[in-house]
Design a protein around this ligand. Structure first.
Ligand code: CTP
Ligand code: CA
Length: 222
């Protein structure tokens, strides 16, 4: 069966982009994510006939054709928006979710004072959307994560695959030129829970998205 025969009509939820964690009304903690990979995945899935919901952090990208988009800002908002989409057939977590957020955003702009050399910010852990989806009572049939690593890519990615109980994880090396964040091209190493692995690319993110959807469709449990 082709990918479009397998995916047609399925509900696929994709997260994409960064999250912004507000410090005060004018400042936030963010991360380097353009959202391009997740948007490309959503676009490919919609072209294959799936019903796609894209939960997007703050990005400047057009909504892919045929995709329902929900915009969020923080990790907490993304967690709520993604879990509200269950039940779903497939979850693909391409967002770069903040791991820590200010315990509380200040309601007024934080001012520096004369002679102040340091500022301490108390950050608290955010909830892990991907792990919560994968261990949910309404777990999608296939849960796919991404991993951005600067080093020890395979070991860290396989660790996340196992700890978060994922079916697949797509890892990429970041911090090297021509790959990862703002770039249009990327290389993905995809690891499966059964031990299989495949390298996709280097290729434009749109082509990688098509290849990843092929892998996902082939692995979808009946
Ligand atoms: N993720 C998530 N919720 C979080 C943190 C991460 O859903 N609060 C998801 C990401 O969308 C991605 C996967 O977990 O699919 C891996 O993200 P990554 O940042 O590489 O891994 P972490 O588990 O956060 O570990 P670390 O940042 O310490 O490497
Ligand atoms: Ca992280």
């Amino acid at each position: 069966m082709s990918a479009s025969e397998r995916l047609r009509g399925l509900r696929i939820v994709v997260s994409a982009g960064p999250t912004y964690e507000d410090i005060d009304p004018v400042r936030f903690i963010g991360n380097r994510s353009s959202g391009k990979m997740g948007f490309a995945v959503a676009q490919s899935a919609a072209r294959l006939g799936a019903q796609v919901v894209l939960v997007a952090g703050p990005v400047s990208l057009p909504t892919p054709d045929g995709v329902t988009r929900i915009d969020v800002r923080s990790a907490a908002q993304m967690h709520e928006a993604v879990l509200a989409q269950l039940p779903a057939d497939i979850y693909i977590g391409a967002a770069a979710v903040a791991d820590f957020a200010p315990a509380q955003a200040a309601s007024n702009k934080i001012k520096k004072t004369a002679g102040q050399d340091t500022l301490n910010l108390m950050l608290v852990r955010t909830r892990d959307i991907l792990a919560d989806i994968a261990s949910h009572a309404q777990r999608p049939r296939l849960v796919v994560g991404f991993a951005a690593e600067t080093d020890h890519v395979e070991a860290y990615a396989r660790g996340k695959l196992q700890n978060k109980r994922l079916d697949l994880i797509a890892a990429n090396r970041v911090g090297v030129s021509g790959s990862g964040f703002e770039s249009d091209d990327n290389t993905l190493a995809v690891y499966a829970a059964d031990g299989d692995s495949r390298v996709l690319g280097p290729a434009p993110k749109t082509a990688l998205a098509d290849d990843l959807l092929e892998l996902i469709a082939a692995r979808l449990p009946a």
